[in-house]
Design a protein around this ligand. Structure first.
Ligand code: C5P
Length: 310
């Protein structure tokens, strides 16, 4: 019997970057929103560990045991004391190396699917432990919704908010490496000579400003709160993204920012109809490889009926 899990991409509504820690990671304070752009991961019992990748664009995804979803399966099996005898089939819609946590999403989905396959509860503590170890964005992909992320991004505090927001997501021709973007951020910070941002103060300010806005569903109130400390670094590495952001703003987006470490650009719109219009316009402009509309927040990795994955 297979288990099928649907897992969302994320947008960082706000991403504040602090100093570099002893382990080389940056201290972060971020507001995540899970959006309705999904990967599907199906776990099937098999004689040995295996992986099949399908979807819009699977270029650059590791196929071996360095694949994050396979690592998730292996580490969970070890922790539960079972054999990692599972075949994972990943159908990818989330852009690869796009700043939308696609790899982390697949790892989170693999954890939920394998836990179910191996008879562990979906809230078994091993899932959260392995998730934290695997990557900074994996715990959020499990929880979904809106959340504050601190530490290196892996410490999640859910944020209430029932308002629905509408996004247009413009995918770039080529992905961007997250470590490369953080490296560029560090070089720029060193050149500017400014002290690292105080993430504690930032956290308090973010909690205060996002509190009712996420519940209101009013895009015009969310737009001024959007921000990304990694954006200038991503634009320095990919100057053409600046034109994409300007184009979207001129065409009516209420807010525009690079998602996470990029290069996907996220545009906040008034509603579903304006998102569809902007999407069509951006696609026609030829500025990007693909354009999607999505809404958020949506739940994190969830077991579904395979018929709903089609
Ligand atoms: O945790 P994850 O594997 O997603 O991180 C990928 C890379 O991004 C890290 O190896 C590191 O170079 C950079 N990173 C960072 N600080 C963070 C998160 C990620 O420097 N808080």
């Amino acid at each position: 019997m297979s288990v099928t899990v649907r897992v969302p991409a994320k947008v960082n509504l706000h991403l504040g970057v602090g100093g570099v820690r002893a382990d080389g990671f940056h201290e972060l304070v971020t507001v995540f929103q899970a959006v309705s752009l999904y990967d599907i991961v199906e776990a099937t019992p098999a004689a040995s560990l295996g992986l099949t990748l399908t979807g819009a664009d699977t270029r650059g995804i590791p196929q071996g045991t360095d694949n994050l979803a396979l690592r998730a399966a292996v580490q969970l099996a070890e922790r539960l004391g079972v054999e990692p005898a599972v075949h994972l089939r990943i159908d990818k819609q989330i852009p690869v190396a796009g700043g939308m946590a696609g790899g982390s999403a697949d790892a989170a989905a693999a954890l939920v699917a394998c836990a179910r396959l191996w008879g562990a509860d979906t809230d078994h503590p091993a899932i959260a432990e392995v998730a934290e170890r695997l990557g900074s964005d994996v715990p959020f992909a499990l929880s979904g919704g809106n959340a504050l992320g601190t530490g290196r991004g892996e410490r999640i505090t859910p944020l209430a908010g029932h308002g629905r927001f509408h996004w247009v997501l413009a995918e770039a021709e080529q992905g961007l490496s997250t470590p490369l973007v953080f490296g560029e951020f560090d070089r720029r910070a060193a050149r500017a000579g400014a002290p690292a941002a105080d993430t504690g103060q930032h956290r308090t300010a973010l909690l205060r400003s996002f509190a009712d806005v996420l519940d209101s569903g009013e895009a015009a109130r969310l737009a001024p709160l959007l921000g990304n400390d990694l954006q200038d670094a991503a634009l320095a590495l990919r100057p053409e993204l600046d034109a994409t952001l300007r184009l979207g703003r001129r065409a009516g987006a209420l807010g525009a920012l690079v998602s996470g470490s990029g290069p996907t650009c996220a545009f906040l719109t008034e509603g579903a109809a304006s998102a569809a219009d902007l999407s069509e316009f951006l696609l026609g402009s030829g500025c990007c490889r693909a354009v999607r509309t999505a809404h958020g927040p949506v739940p994190g990795a969830t077991v579904i009926d395979p018929a709903d994955a089609a």
